[in-house]
Design a protein around this ligand. Structure first.
Ligand SMILES: Nc1ncnc2c1ncn2[C@@H]1O[C@H](COP(=O)(O)OP(=O)(O)OP(=O)(O)O)[C@@H](O)[C@H]1O
Ligand SMILES: [Mg+2]
Length: 378
């Protein structure tokens, strides 16, 4: 039965129904007509099976045209609806189209019926195709978003794990090594100057390696973010940035309390890092002002530089992965990132994320404490 179109014909006059059906069958094959002659029969038919198209008389004793149209729009909004009427003034005809009818055909001109039905079915098919494509696009966009969120979370978790492993395992092993070296030095004969010098240089090497290990662990994930909260982590990062680049970086905060939500802290911290990287790479700025505040239940981070100012084209460039990543991070937590450039003044990036509930904060604190590996003795 594939390809056969079901047409529901709402018509109380049996002779007219026969004429309409005849006109359809004569015009083309591939239609099955179901006949309803009252409001009850009409609703029953629609409930039994959604038709591919509805043909309706304009005035029936139990139902007027507009009511039939509105019932169809409620029950099966995508099905084309054509009025087939004996008399339909121009104004009424226009009004039916305004109300959402697909077309109207006068009974005196039934030769128009088949072309009108065919066009309506074709257009409905195109509409359905378009909607399916849009739905597909929306679905795949959602999947991509979920994937990107998942990848970010996996990456962050991995960085936390490696940072802790590097810090705890390597750091403690090196400290142990240094203690053993001190033990060894204490037992070396006093006069073995060469051996003492060698031990000192080895100890220095170990100290440097401990510093390198700490640096690597901190770059992967600054511990201060989890132990002291967002603001100290931002201050630490700003300090690092200023020392490394010579660009002045000031952090001002108007926060009532330290934030402990790990997702929120991570999001703001990574957004901040990306914003600072952009300042180094693109802004040609000499100063960065950072503001962290709580406004109307949202945490707001503002990073303002006095550089060359980002352009509108750059802001809206869909290939800007850095900017996209910042927006995605904020969007994941129900927030947004807004970037603005003003010639002669610089660039302002504003990230806003709603403050998390206390329950979520407690949960993260708990997780954070439980996930810390027990310290091994050196
Ligand atoms: N603070 C800024 N001042 C001036 N221009 C900026 C600033 N931040 C970003 N831009 C412009 O916006 C563009 C997009 O930034 P985005 O971070 O998305 O990409 P990127 O830094 O070029 O590369 P990556 O994807 O590695 O971050 C940059 O290439 C730059 O032209
Ligand atoms: Mg970038």
């Amino acid at each position: 039965m594939n390809g056969v179109k079901w047409i529901l014909l709402l018509e109380d006059n049996p002779r007219d129904a026969e004429l309409i059906e005849h006109a359809l069958q004569r015009g083309t094959s591939g239609f099955r007509v179901e006949h309803a002659d009252s409001r009850r029969a009409f609703i029953h038919c629609i409930k039994q099976r959604v038709p591919d198209l509805i043909l309706s008389d304009f005035s029936l004793p139990t139902l007027d045209g507009y009511t039939a149209l509105s019932i169809a729009q409620k029950k099966c909004p995508d099905v084309p609806f054509i009025f087939v009427s004996g008399t339909l003034g121009e104004e009424t005809a226009i009004e039916t189209l305004k109300q959402g009818a697909t077309d109207y055909v006068l009974k005196a001109h039934l030769s128009r019926l088949v072309p009108s039905v065919q066009r309506a079915l074709r257009e409905a098919k195109e509409r359905t195709g378009r909607r399916r494509a849009q739905e597909q696009l929306r679905r795949s966009h959602k999947q991509l978003r979920t994937l990107s969120v998942h990848l970010q979370q996996v990456r962050e978790a991995e960085q936390i794990r490696i940072a802790r492993e590097v810090h705890d395992e390597l750091g403690q092993a090196l400290t142990g090594l240094k203690l053993q070296l001190i033990w060894l030095a204490s037992r070396l004969p006093r006069q073995s100057k060469l051996l003492h010098a060698k031990v000192r240089s080895m100890a220095m090497n170990i100290d440097e390696t401990i510093l390198a290990v700490r640096r690597i662990a901190t770059e992967l994930r600054p511990g201060v973010l989890d132990t002291a909260g967002l603001l100290p982590a931002l201050e630490w990062q700003a300090n690092q940035f200023q020392t490394q680049t010579g660009i002045v970086c000031e952090v001002k905060a108007r926060m009532k309390e330290t934030l402990w939500d790990q997702d929120l802290n991570t999001a703001f911290f990574r957004i901040f890092q990306e914003a600072l990287t952009n300042v180094i790479r693109h802004a040609k700025a000499s100063k960065v002002e950072v503001r962290l505040a709580e406004e109307d239940g949202e945490v707001v981070l503002e990073v303002k530089d006095n550089g060359r100012a980002i352009s509108q084209t750059e802001i809206h460039n869909t290939n800007s992965i850095g900017l996209l990543g910042m927006r995605e991070r904020a969007a994941l937590l129900g927030g947004n990132v807004f970037i603005q450039g003003e010639r002669g003044k610089g660039t302002i990036l504003t990230a806003r994320i709603p403050k998390p509930s206390r329950k979520r904060i407690r949960l993260h604190l708990h997780e954070n404490i439980n996930h810390r590996r027990p310290r091994r003795r050196a």
